[in-house]
Ligand binder design. Sequence first.
Ligand code: N01
Length: 503
Amino acid sequence: MNAPFKPTGQAPAKPDVDVAIIGSGFSGLGMAIALLKDGREDFVILEKANGVGGTWRDNTYPGCACDVPSHLYSFSFEPNPDWSRVYSSQPEIRAYLERVADKYGLRPYLRFGRTVTKMVFDEVGGLWRVTTDDGQVITARVVVSGTGGLSRPMLPNIKGMDRFKGKTFHSAWWDHGYDLTGKSVAVIGTGASAIQFVPQIAPKVKSLTLFQRTPPWIVPKMDRPMHGWERALFRAAPVFQKLLRGVIYTQMESRAGAFVFKPDAMATAEKQARQFIAATISDPVLREKVTPTYRMGCKRILISNDYYPALARPNVNLVTDGIAEITASGVRTADGMEHEVDAIIYSTGFAATDALSPTQVYGRGGRHLNAEWEAGAQAYLGVTVSGYPNFFMLMGPNTGLGHNSIVYMIESQIRHVMDGLRRMDAAGATWMDPKREAQNQFNAFVQERVGKTVWNSGGCKSWYLTEDGRNTTIWPGFTFDYRRRVKAVDPAAYDMERVKTEA
Ligand code: N01
Protein backbone atom coordinates (compact mmCIF):
# COMPACT_ATOMS: atom_id res chain seq x y z
CA MET A 1 0.00 0.00 0.00
CA ASN A 2 1.31 3.40 -0.80
CA ALA A 3 -0.65 5.29 1.86
CA PRO A 4 1.43 6.30 4.90
CA PHE A 5 0.66 4.65 8.19
CA LYS A 6 -0.93 6.78 10.85
CA PRO A 7 0.03 5.31 14.22
CA THR A 8 -2.58 5.98 16.88
CA GLY A 9 -0.09 6.10 19.72
CA GLN A 10 -1.83 3.24 21.49
CA ALA A 11 -0.82 -0.36 21.83
CA PRO A 12 -3.12 -2.59 19.80
CA ALA A 13 -5.37 -4.91 21.70
CA LYS A 14 -4.95 -8.57 20.86
CA PRO A 15 -8.24 -9.60 19.26
CA ASP A 16 -9.92 -12.87 20.22
CA VAL A 17 -9.64 -13.97 16.60
CA ASP A 18 -8.04 -12.53 13.50
CA VAL A 19 -11.12 -13.02 11.30
CA ALA A 20 -14.79 -13.36 12.23
CA ILE A 21 -16.97 -14.69 9.43
CA ILE A 22 -20.72 -14.15 9.73
CA GLY A 23 -22.90 -16.85 8.18
CA SER A 24 -22.23 -20.36 6.92
CA GLY A 25 -23.85 -20.46 3.51
CA PHE A 26 -21.88 -20.54 0.27
CA SER A 27 -20.22 -17.23 1.24
CA GLY A 28 -19.15 -18.08 4.78
CA LEU A 29 -17.97 -21.59 3.96
CA GLY A 30 -16.13 -20.42 0.84
CA MET A 31 -14.39 -17.68 2.84
CA ALA A 32 -13.36 -20.11 5.59
CA ILE A 33 -11.89 -22.53 3.05
CA ALA A 34 -9.90 -19.74 1.41
CA LEU A 35 -8.46 -18.77 4.80
CA LEU A 36 -7.46 -22.35 5.57
CA LYS A 37 -5.89 -22.81 2.14
CA ASP A 38 -3.79 -19.73 2.92
CA GLY A 39 -2.66 -21.21 6.23
CA ARG A 40 -4.87 -18.90 8.33
CA GLU A 41 -6.51 -20.80 11.14
CA ASP A 42 -7.27 -17.95 13.50
CA PHE A 43 -10.95 -17.41 12.65
CA VAL A 44 -14.49 -18.29 13.69
CA ILE A 45 -17.74 -18.59 11.78
CA LEU A 46 -20.68 -17.06 13.65
CA GLU A 47 -23.91 -18.69 12.52
CA LYS A 48 -27.40 -17.71 13.71
CA ALA A 49 -28.90 -21.16 13.10
CA ASN A 50 -27.84 -24.62 14.19
CA GLY A 51 -26.52 -25.91 10.89
CA VAL A 52 -24.64 -24.78 7.81
CA GLY A 53 -26.19 -23.99 4.43
CA GLY A 54 -27.69 -20.51 4.68
CA THR A 55 -30.68 -20.12 2.40
CA TRP A 56 -30.33 -23.81 1.41
CA ARG A 57 -30.79 -24.77 5.07
CA ASP A 58 -33.69 -22.38 5.71
CA ASN A 59 -35.85 -22.88 2.63
CA THR A 60 -37.38 -26.33 2.84
CA TYR A 61 -40.70 -25.75 1.08
CA PRO A 62 -41.91 -28.59 -1.18
CA GLY A 63 -40.26 -28.47 -4.59
CA CYS A 64 -37.49 -26.09 -3.49
CA ALA A 65 -34.70 -26.31 -6.05
CA CYS A 66 -32.07 -24.09 -7.57
CA ASP A 67 -32.86 -22.40 -10.86
CA VAL A 68 -29.20 -22.38 -11.88
CA PRO A 69 -27.79 -25.73 -13.06
CA SER A 70 -25.90 -27.46 -10.25
CA HIS A 71 -22.74 -28.07 -12.24
CA LEU A 72 -22.34 -24.29 -12.19
CA TYR A 73 -24.09 -23.52 -8.89
CA SER A 74 -21.36 -25.08 -6.74
CA PHE A 75 -17.82 -24.18 -5.72
CA SER A 76 -15.38 -24.15 -8.66
CA PHE A 77 -12.81 -25.94 -6.48
CA GLU A 78 -15.26 -28.55 -5.25
CA PRO A 79 -17.11 -30.06 -8.21
CA ASN A 80 -19.70 -32.69 -7.39
CA PRO A 81 -19.77 -35.38 -10.07
CA ASP A 82 -22.84 -36.91 -8.43
CA TRP A 83 -25.47 -34.21 -8.88
CA SER A 84 -28.62 -36.22 -9.51
CA ARG A 85 -30.26 -33.73 -11.87
CA VAL A 86 -29.40 -30.74 -14.02
CA TYR A 87 -31.24 -28.55 -11.46
CA SER A 88 -30.73 -30.09 -8.04
CA SER A 89 -33.19 -29.85 -5.22
CA GLN A 90 -32.67 -28.09 -1.90
CA PRO A 91 -31.90 -31.24 0.14
CA GLU A 92 -29.14 -32.16 -2.30
CA ILE A 93 -27.59 -28.68 -2.25
CA ARG A 94 -27.78 -28.57 1.52
CA ALA A 95 -26.13 -32.00 1.74
CA TYR A 96 -23.38 -30.74 -0.62
CA LEU A 97 -22.67 -27.80 1.73
CA GLU A 98 -22.64 -30.10 4.77
CA ARG A 99 -20.14 -32.34 2.98
CA VAL A 100 -17.99 -29.35 2.07
CA ALA A 101 -17.96 -28.25 5.74
CA ASP A 102 -16.79 -31.74 6.75
CA LYS A 103 -14.28 -32.25 3.98
CA TYR A 104 -12.47 -28.97 4.66
CA GLY A 105 -12.54 -29.44 8.44
CA LEU A 106 -14.68 -26.39 9.13
CA ARG A 107 -16.67 -27.79 12.08
CA PRO A 108 -14.23 -26.66 14.81
CA TYR A 109 -14.57 -23.08 13.57
CA LEU A 110 -18.37 -22.95 13.60
CA ARG A 111 -20.23 -21.22 16.45
CA PHE A 112 -23.92 -22.03 16.06
CA GLY A 113 -26.89 -20.17 17.51
CA ARG A 114 -25.15 -16.80 17.47
CA THR A 115 -26.83 -13.94 15.64
CA VAL A 116 -24.65 -10.88 15.22
CA THR A 117 -26.60 -7.86 16.44
CA LYS A 118 -23.95 -5.15 16.64
CA MET A 119 -20.44 -4.47 15.39
CA VAL A 120 -18.36 -1.54 16.59
CA PHE A 121 -14.95 -0.64 15.19
CA ASP A 122 -12.43 0.23 17.89
CA GLU A 123 -10.07 2.65 16.18
CA VAL A 124 -7.60 2.67 19.04
CA GLY A 125 -7.28 -1.07 19.31
CA GLY A 126 -7.65 -1.61 15.57
CA LEU A 127 -10.33 -4.25 15.94
CA TRP A 128 -14.03 -4.95 15.69
CA ARG A 129 -16.19 -5.68 18.73
CA VAL A 130 -18.82 -8.06 17.51
CA THR A 131 -21.85 -8.55 19.77
CA THR A 132 -24.13 -11.56 19.39
CA ASP A 133 -27.71 -11.96 20.60
CA ASP A 134 -26.60 -13.99 23.60
CA GLY A 135 -24.84 -10.86 24.87
CA GLN A 136 -21.35 -12.16 24.18
CA VAL A 137 -18.74 -9.93 22.58
CA ILE A 138 -15.98 -11.28 20.41
CA THR A 139 -13.16 -9.12 19.11
CA ALA A 140 -11.75 -9.61 15.62
CA ARG A 141 -9.31 -7.69 13.46
CA VAL A 142 -11.30 -8.47 10.32
CA VAL A 143 -15.00 -9.16 9.82
CA VAL A 144 -16.35 -10.84 6.70
CA SER A 145 -20.10 -10.77 6.34
CA GLY A 146 -21.59 -13.66 4.41
CA THR A 147 -25.19 -13.21 5.46
CA GLY A 148 -26.65 -13.39 1.96
CA GLY A 149 -29.20 -11.19 0.28
CA LEU A 150 -32.15 -13.47 0.88
CA SER A 151 -31.87 -14.45 4.51
CA ARG A 152 -34.73 -12.45 6.00
CA PRO A 153 -38.20 -13.52 4.84
CA MET A 154 -40.56 -10.58 4.38
CA LEU A 155 -44.19 -10.65 5.42
CA PRO A 156 -46.43 -8.18 3.60
CA ASN A 157 -48.18 -5.33 5.33
CA ILE A 158 -51.81 -6.17 4.64
CA LYS A 159 -54.68 -4.85 6.75
CA GLY A 160 -56.13 -7.43 9.14
CA MET A 161 -53.27 -9.95 8.96
CA ASP A 162 -53.39 -10.47 12.73
CA ARG A 163 -57.12 -11.24 12.66
CA PHE A 164 -56.92 -14.44 10.63
CA LYS A 165 -57.90 -17.43 12.79
CA GLY A 166 -56.42 -20.16 10.59
CA LYS A 167 -52.83 -21.26 10.00
CA THR A 168 -50.28 -18.89 8.47
CA PHE A 169 -46.61 -19.18 7.59
CA HIS A 170 -44.04 -17.76 5.19
CA SER A 171 -42.79 -20.12 2.50
CA ALA A 172 -39.23 -19.69 3.81
CA TRP A 173 -40.44 -20.89 7.23
CA TRP A 174 -42.45 -23.82 5.91
CA ASP A 175 -44.38 -25.58 8.67
CA HIS A 176 -43.93 -29.26 7.86
CA GLY A 177 -45.95 -30.15 10.94
CA TYR A 178 -49.08 -28.69 9.35
CA ASP A 179 -50.74 -31.14 6.96
CA LEU A 180 -52.21 -29.32 3.97
CA THR A 181 -54.08 -32.40 2.77
CA GLY A 182 -57.73 -31.61 2.14
CA LYS A 183 -57.37 -28.00 3.28
CA SER A 184 -58.48 -24.80 1.58
CA VAL A 185 -55.29 -22.85 1.12
CA ALA A 186 -54.48 -19.31 0.04
CA VAL A 187 -51.04 -18.53 -1.36
CA ILE A 188 -50.03 -14.88 -1.59
CA GLY A 189 -47.31 -14.17 -4.13
CA THR A 190 -46.32 -15.74 -7.43
CA GLY A 191 -42.53 -15.38 -7.39
CA ALA A 192 -39.64 -17.85 -7.58
CA SER A 193 -40.67 -19.76 -4.45
CA ALA A 194 -44.43 -19.98 -5.13
CA ILE A 195 -44.03 -21.33 -8.65
CA GLN A 196 -41.98 -24.18 -7.19
CA PHE A 197 -44.30 -25.26 -4.35
CA VAL A 198 -47.72 -24.55 -5.92
CA PRO A 199 -47.46 -27.57 -8.29
CA GLN A 200 -46.37 -29.72 -5.32
CA ILE A 201 -49.25 -28.86 -2.99
CA ALA A 202 -52.04 -28.36 -5.56
CA PRO A 203 -52.81 -32.11 -5.94
CA LYS A 204 -53.24 -32.63 -2.19
CA VAL A 205 -55.18 -29.56 -1.06
CA LYS A 206 -58.95 -29.25 -1.36
CA SER A 207 -58.64 -25.85 -2.99
CA LEU A 208 -55.79 -23.48 -3.69
CA THR A 209 -56.46 -19.79 -4.18
CA LEU A 210 -53.39 -18.08 -5.53
CA PHE A 211 -53.19 -14.30 -5.22
CA GLN A 212 -51.11 -12.77 -7.98
CA ARG A 213 -50.11 -9.12 -8.00
CA THR A 214 -47.74 -9.28 -10.97
CA PRO A 215 -47.28 -12.30 -13.25
CA PRO A 216 -43.71 -13.55 -13.63
CA TRP A 217 -42.18 -14.43 -17.00
CA ILE A 218 -41.77 -18.19 -17.05
CA VAL A 219 -39.81 -20.30 -19.52
CA PRO A 220 -39.52 -24.10 -19.82
CA LYS A 221 -37.15 -25.84 -17.40
CA MET A 222 -34.62 -27.95 -19.29
CA ASP A 223 -34.26 -30.37 -16.41
CA ARG A 224 -33.52 -34.09 -16.44
CA PRO A 225 -31.81 -36.67 -14.26
CA MET A 226 -28.06 -36.96 -14.87
CA HIS A 227 -27.25 -40.28 -16.51
CA GLY A 228 -25.15 -42.86 -14.70
CA TRP A 229 -22.55 -42.75 -17.46
CA GLU A 230 -22.26 -38.95 -17.12
CA ARG A 231 -21.53 -39.25 -13.42
CA ALA A 232 -19.00 -42.00 -14.07
CA LEU A 233 -17.36 -39.85 -16.74
CA PHE A 234 -17.15 -36.82 -14.43
CA ARG A 235 -15.58 -38.96 -11.73
CA ALA A 236 -13.08 -40.59 -14.08
CA ALA A 237 -12.22 -37.49 -16.08
CA PRO A 238 -13.11 -34.28 -14.17
CA VAL A 239 -12.10 -32.23 -17.18
CA PHE A 240 -15.45 -33.08 -18.79
CA GLN A 241 -17.34 -31.70 -15.82
CA LYS A 242 -15.20 -28.57 -16.00
CA LEU A 243 -16.05 -28.29 -19.67
CA LEU A 244 -19.77 -28.62 -18.93
CA ARG A 245 -19.46 -25.96 -16.25
CA GLY A 246 -17.84 -23.65 -18.78
CA VAL A 247 -20.58 -24.25 -21.32
CA ILE A 248 -23.35 -23.54 -18.78
CA TYR A 249 -21.53 -20.42 -17.58
CA THR A 250 -21.16 -19.11 -21.12
CA GLN A 251 -24.80 -19.79 -21.98
CA MET A 252 -26.04 -17.99 -18.89
CA GLU A 253 -23.55 -15.15 -19.22
CA SER A 254 -24.65 -14.46 -22.78
CA ARG A 255 -27.94 -13.11 -21.39
CA ALA A 256 -26.16 -10.23 -19.67
CA GLY A 257 -25.75 -8.47 -23.01
CA ALA A 258 -29.49 -8.00 -23.41
CA PHE A 259 -30.22 -7.41 -19.71
CA VAL A 260 -27.61 -4.71 -19.34
CA PHE A 261 -27.17 -3.09 -22.71
CA LYS A 262 -30.14 -3.92 -24.93
CA PRO A 263 -33.30 -4.85 -23.01
CA ASP A 264 -35.38 -4.64 -26.20
CA ALA A 265 -33.55 -7.74 -27.41
CA MET A 266 -35.66 -9.67 -24.87
CA ALA A 267 -38.66 -9.34 -27.21
CA THR A 268 -37.75 -12.61 -28.97
CA ALA A 269 -37.61 -14.53 -25.70
CA GLU A 270 -40.93 -12.96 -24.67
CA LYS A 271 -42.50 -14.28 -27.85
CA GLN A 272 -41.27 -17.78 -27.02
CA ALA A 273 -42.61 -17.47 -23.47
CA ARG A 274 -46.03 -16.44 -24.82
CA GLN A 275 -45.97 -19.52 -27.05
CA PHE A 276 -45.18 -21.58 -23.94
CA ILE A 277 -48.26 -20.10 -22.24
CA ALA A 278 -50.37 -20.87 -25.29
CA ALA A 279 -49.09 -24.44 -25.40
CA THR A 280 -49.75 -25.18 -21.73
CA ILE A 281 -52.90 -23.19 -20.89
CA SER A 282 -56.05 -23.53 -22.97
CA ASP A 283 -58.28 -21.10 -21.06
CA PRO A 284 -57.90 -17.67 -22.74
CA VAL A 285 -58.81 -15.81 -19.54
CA LEU A 286 -56.13 -17.63 -17.56
CA ARG A 287 -53.67 -17.08 -20.40
CA GLU A 288 -54.21 -13.37 -20.23
CA LYS A 289 -53.90 -13.31 -16.44
CA VAL A 290 -50.48 -15.00 -16.50
CA THR A 291 -49.05 -12.94 -19.36
CA PRO A 292 -46.72 -10.21 -18.08
CA THR A 293 -46.84 -6.72 -19.54
CA TYR A 294 -43.32 -5.65 -18.60
CA ARG A 295 -40.00 -6.43 -20.28
CA MET A 296 -38.72 -9.94 -19.63
CA GLY A 297 -35.76 -9.92 -17.20
CA CYS A 298 -37.03 -6.92 -15.22
CA LYS A 299 -38.06 -9.42 -12.55
CA ARG A 300 -36.20 -12.70 -12.24
CA ILE A 301 -37.04 -15.01 -15.17
CA LEU A 302 -38.52 -18.18 -13.72
CA ILE A 303 -38.26 -21.71 -15.06
CA SER A 304 -40.98 -24.30 -14.62
CA ASN A 305 -42.76 -27.02 -16.56
CA ASP A 306 -45.41 -27.76 -13.96
CA TYR A 307 -46.58 -24.33 -12.77
CA TYR A 308 -48.92 -23.47 -15.67
CA PRO A 309 -50.47 -26.97 -15.70
CA ALA A 310 -51.04 -26.60 -11.93
CA LEU A 311 -52.93 -23.35 -12.49
CA ALA A 312 -55.20 -25.13 -14.94
CA ARG A 313 -56.30 -27.68 -12.30
CA PRO A 314 -59.98 -27.45 -11.32
CA ASN A 315 -59.12 -26.94 -7.62
CA VAL A 316 -56.79 -24.01 -8.33
CA ASN A 317 -58.03 -20.44 -8.71
CA LEU A 318 -55.71 -17.63 -9.79
CA VAL A 319 -56.99 -14.36 -8.35
CA THR A 320 -55.68 -11.12 -9.81
CA ASP A 321 -57.94 -8.66 -8.00
CA GLY A 322 -55.93 -6.76 -5.39
CA ILE A 323 -56.08 -7.90 -1.77
CA ALA A 324 -58.13 -5.45 0.32
CA GLU A 325 -57.68 -7.14 3.68
CA ILE A 326 -57.22 -10.36 5.55
CA THR A 327 -60.28 -11.29 7.59
CA ALA A 328 -60.77 -13.78 10.41
CA SER A 329 -61.64 -16.47 7.89
CA GLY A 330 -59.73 -15.64 4.74
CA VAL A 331 -58.79 -13.00 2.20
CA ARG A 332 -61.08 -10.24 0.91
CA THR A 333 -60.22 -8.82 -2.47
CA ALA A 334 -60.87 -5.31 -3.75
CA ASP A 335 -63.97 -6.49 -5.64
CA GLY A 336 -65.53 -7.36 -2.26
CA MET A 337 -65.20 -11.14 -2.72
CA GLU A 338 -64.30 -13.09 0.41
CA HIS A 339 -62.10 -16.15 -0.14
CA GLU A 340 -62.48 -18.38 2.91
CA VAL A 341 -59.49 -20.60 3.66
CA ASP A 342 -57.97 -22.78 6.38
CA ALA A 343 -54.41 -21.56 5.82
CA ILE A 344 -52.55 -18.67 4.25
CA ILE A 345 -49.04 -19.18 2.91
CA TYR A 346 -47.13 -15.96 2.40
CA SER A 347 -44.67 -16.37 -0.44
CA THR A 348 -43.85 -12.71 -0.47
CA GLY A 349 -40.09 -12.75 -0.78
CA PHE A 350 -37.25 -11.40 1.30
CA ALA A 351 -35.99 -8.09 2.65
CA ALA A 352 -33.20 -7.78 0.11
CA THR A 353 -32.59 -4.06 -0.29
CA ASP A 354 -31.88 -3.12 3.32
CA ALA A 355 -28.75 -5.21 3.12
CA LEU A 356 -27.28 -5.38 6.61
CA SER A 357 -30.01 -4.61 9.07
CA PRO A 358 -30.89 -5.73 11.69
CA THR A 359 -27.15 -5.83 12.51
CA GLN A 360 -26.06 -2.38 13.68
CA VAL A 361 -22.64 -1.49 12.30
CA TYR A 362 -20.57 1.40 13.70
CA GLY A 363 -17.34 2.44 11.98
CA ARG A 364 -14.66 5.06 12.46
CA GLY A 365 -15.64 8.07 14.55
CA GLY A 366 -18.89 6.37 15.56
CA ARG A 367 -20.41 6.54 12.08
CA HIS A 368 -23.43 4.31 11.65
CA LEU A 369 -23.66 2.24 8.48
CA ASN A 370 -27.37 1.60 8.72
CA ALA A 371 -28.00 5.36 8.88
CA GLU A 372 -25.60 6.05 6.01
CA TRP A 373 -27.45 3.47 3.94
CA GLU A 374 -30.92 4.82 4.60
CA ALA A 375 -31.13 6.19 1.07
CA GLY A 376 -29.77 2.92 -0.34
CA ALA A 377 -26.83 0.63 0.36
CA GLN A 378 -23.55 1.24 -1.44
CA ALA A 379 -19.99 0.00 -1.13
CA TYR A 380 -16.68 0.01 -2.98
CA LEU A 381 -16.91 -2.89 -5.46
CA GLY A 382 -19.85 -4.06 -3.36
CA VAL A 383 -17.33 -5.41 -0.85
CA THR A 384 -15.94 -2.68 1.44
CA VAL A 385 -17.27 0.62 2.77
CA SER A 386 -15.26 3.77 3.41
CA GLY A 387 -15.03 4.45 7.14
CA TYR A 388 -15.48 0.78 8.10
CA PRO A 389 -11.95 -0.67 7.99
CA ASN A 390 -11.42 -4.39 7.61
CA PHE A 391 -15.11 -4.99 7.10
CA PHE A 392 -15.73 -7.06 3.98
CA MET A 393 -19.07 -8.10 2.55
CA LEU A 394 -19.74 -11.06 0.31
CA MET A 395 -22.83 -10.47 -1.83
CA GLY A 396 -22.83 -6.83 -0.75
CA PRO A 397 -24.65 -3.98 -2.54
CA ASN A 398 -24.94 -4.16 -6.34
CA THR A 399 -23.32 -7.56 -6.68
CA GLY A 400 -26.47 -9.69 -7.03
CA LEU A 401 -27.31 -11.27 -10.36
CA GLY A 402 -30.35 -11.87 -12.48
CA HIS A 403 -28.62 -13.99 -15.08
CA ASN A 404 -25.89 -16.24 -13.71
CA SER A 405 -24.57 -18.12 -10.69
CA ILE A 406 -24.03 -16.03 -7.57
CA VAL A 407 -21.36 -18.51 -6.45
CA TYR A 408 -19.11 -17.08 -9.19
CA MET A 409 -19.54 -13.59 -7.68
CA ILE A 410 -18.89 -14.87 -4.16
CA GLU A 411 -15.66 -16.56 -5.25
CA SER A 412 -14.57 -13.32 -6.98
CA GLN A 413 -15.13 -11.37 -3.77
CA ILE A 414 -13.31 -13.92 -1.65
CA ARG A 415 -10.26 -13.33 -3.87
CA HIS A 416 -10.48 -9.62 -3.02
CA VAL A 417 -10.56 -10.32 0.71
CA MET A 418 -7.63 -12.72 0.49
CA ASP A 419 -5.58 -10.26 -1.57
CA GLY A 420 -6.37 -7.56 1.01
CA LEU A 421 -5.26 -9.77 3.91
CA ARG A 422 -2.00 -10.66 2.17
CA ARG A 423 -1.27 -7.06 1.29
CA MET A 424 -1.91 -5.95 4.87
CA ASP A 425 0.47 -8.66 6.10
CA ALA A 426 3.13 -7.62 3.61
CA ALA A 427 2.82 -3.98 4.63
CA GLY A 428 2.62 -4.70 8.36
CA ALA A 429 -0.71 -2.91 8.44
CA THR A 430 -3.53 -3.49 10.91
CA TRP A 431 -6.37 -2.37 8.72
CA MET A 432 -7.40 -1.25 5.26
CA ASP A 433 -10.17 1.20 4.50
CA PRO A 434 -11.42 2.08 1.00
CA LYS A 435 -11.06 5.72 0.05
CA ARG A 436 -14.29 7.67 -0.21
CA GLU A 437 -13.42 8.84 -3.77
CA ALA A 438 -12.91 5.24 -4.90
CA GLN A 439 -16.28 4.27 -3.46
CA ASN A 440 -18.01 7.30 -4.99
CA GLN A 441 -16.46 6.62 -8.38
CA PHE A 442 -17.53 2.99 -8.35
CA ASN A 443 -21.07 3.89 -7.39
CA ALA A 444 -21.34 6.66 -9.96
CA PHE A 445 -20.36 4.07 -12.56
CA VAL A 446 -22.86 1.51 -11.24
CA GLN A 447 -25.76 3.96 -11.03
CA GLU A 448 -25.03 5.31 -14.50
CA ARG A 449 -25.01 1.73 -15.84
CA VAL A 450 -28.13 0.49 -14.05
CA GLY A 451 -30.28 3.23 -15.52
CA LYS A 452 -30.37 1.60 -18.92
CA THR A 453 -30.62 -2.00 -17.74
CA VAL A 454 -33.75 -4.11 -17.89
CA TRP A 455 -34.03 -4.01 -14.10
CA ASN A 456 -34.43 -0.23 -14.02
CA SER A 457 -36.06 0.43 -17.38
CA GLY A 458 -38.12 -2.73 -17.87
CA GLY A 459 -41.38 -1.32 -16.53
CA CYS A 460 -41.75 -3.44 -13.41
CA LYS A 461 -41.45 -3.00 -9.67
CA SER A 462 -39.09 -5.54 -8.15
CA TRP A 463 -37.11 -6.25 -4.99
CA TYR A 464 -34.00 -5.27 -6.91
CA LEU A 465 -34.99 -1.62 -6.40
CA THR A 466 -35.53 0.42 -3.24
CA GLU A 467 -38.87 2.16 -2.63
CA ASP A 468 -37.64 5.22 -4.52
CA GLY A 469 -36.38 3.20 -7.47
CA ARG A 470 -32.67 3.02 -6.72
CA ASN A 471 -30.99 -0.22 -7.75
CA THR A 472 -28.81 -1.31 -4.84
CA THR A 473 -28.82 -5.04 -5.50
CA ILE A 474 -27.79 -5.93 -9.05
CA TRP A 475 -24.39 -5.95 -10.73
CA PRO A 476 -25.02 -4.20 -14.05
CA GLY A 477 -22.58 -6.03 -16.25
CA PHE A 478 -20.81 -9.22 -17.15
CA THR A 479 -19.67 -11.36 -14.23
CA PHE A 480 -16.20 -11.81 -15.75
CA ASP A 481 -15.88 -8.02 -15.88
CA TYR A 482 -16.80 -7.87 -12.18
CA ARG A 483 -14.18 -10.51 -11.39
CA ARG A 484 -11.57 -8.56 -13.32
CA ARG A 485 -12.31 -5.44 -11.25
CA VAL A 486 -12.54 -7.09 -7.84
CA LYS A 487 -10.10 -9.98 -7.70
CA ALA A 488 -7.01 -7.94 -6.81
CA VAL A 489 -6.94 -5.01 -4.41
CA ASP A 490 -6.06 -1.70 -6.07
CA PRO A 491 -3.59 -0.14 -3.62
CA ALA A 492 -4.57 3.33 -4.77
CA ALA A 493 -8.17 2.75 -3.70
CA TYR A 494 -7.38 1.96 -0.07
CA ASP A 495 -5.86 3.66 2.93
CA MET A 496 -3.85 1.32 5.08
CA GLU A 497 -3.06 1.98 8.67
CA ARG A 498 -1.62 0.26 11.67
CA VAL A 499 -1.98 0.87 15.34
CA LYS A 500 1.32 1.67 17.00
CA THR A 501 2.85 -1.33 18.68
CA GLU A 502 5.39 0.41 20.93
CA ALA A 503 4.96 3.28 23.37
O1 N01 B 1 -39.99 -13.85 -3.69
P1 N01 B 1 -40.30 -12.89 -4.94
P2 N01 B 1 -39.56 -15.35 -3.69
N1 N01 B 1 -49.53 -8.44 -1.81
O2 N01 B 1 -39.88 -11.54 -4.48
C1 N01 B 1 -45.70 -10.91 -4.07
C2 N01 B 1 -34.62 -16.28 -5.01
N2 N01 B 1 -35.07 -17.62 -5.16
O3 N01 B 1 -39.41 -15.78 -2.28
O4 N01 B 1 -44.29 -9.27 -8.10
C3 N01 B 1 -49.52 -9.32 -2.81
O5 N01 B 1 -39.77 -13.42 -6.19
C4 N01 B 1 -44.89 -10.35 -5.19
O6 N01 B 1 -45.70 -9.62 -6.09
P3 N01 B 1 -45.03 -8.50 -7.06
C5 N01 B 1 -34.74 -15.55 -6.32
O7 N01 B 1 -33.65 -14.70 -6.51
C6 N01 B 1 -34.26 -18.39 -5.89
O8 N01 B 1 -40.42 -16.14 -4.54
O9 N01 B 1 -44.10 -7.70 -6.18
N3 N01 B 1 -48.44 -9.90 -3.31
C7 N01 B 1 -44.29 -11.62 -5.77
O10 N01 B 1 -45.20 -12.27 -6.60
C8 N01 B 1 -36.00 -14.78 -6.11
O11 N01 B 1 -36.09 -13.66 -6.91
C9 N01 B 1 -34.60 -19.66 -6.11
O12 N01 B 1 -46.17 -7.73 -7.57
C10 N01 B 1 -47.27 -9.57 -2.76
C11 N01 B 1 -44.07 -12.46 -4.53
O13 N01 B 1 -44.91 -11.93 -3.51
C12 N01 B 1 -35.93 -14.49 -4.63
O14 N01 B 1 -35.39 -15.66 -4.06
C13 N01 B 1 -35.79 -20.19 -5.61
C14 N01 B 1 -47.18 -8.66 -1.70
C15 N01 B 1 -42.66 -12.41 -4.04
O15 N01 B 1 -41.87 -12.99 -5.00
C16 N01 B 1 -37.24 -14.26 -3.96
O16 N01 B 1 -38.15 -15.28 -4.33
C17 N01 B 1 -36.61 -19.38 -4.85
C18 N01 B 1 -48.37 -8.08 -1.23
N4 N01 B 1 -48.37 -7.18 -0.23
C19 N01 B 1 -36.23 -18.08 -4.63
N5 N01 B 1 -45.87 -8.53 -1.37
C20 N01 B 1 -33.64 -20.43 -6.89
O17 N01 B 1 -34.00 -21.33 -7.54
C21 N01 B 1 -45.18 -9.33 -2.20
N6 N01 B 1 -46.03 -9.95 -3.04
C22 N01 B 1 -32.19 -20.05 -6.90
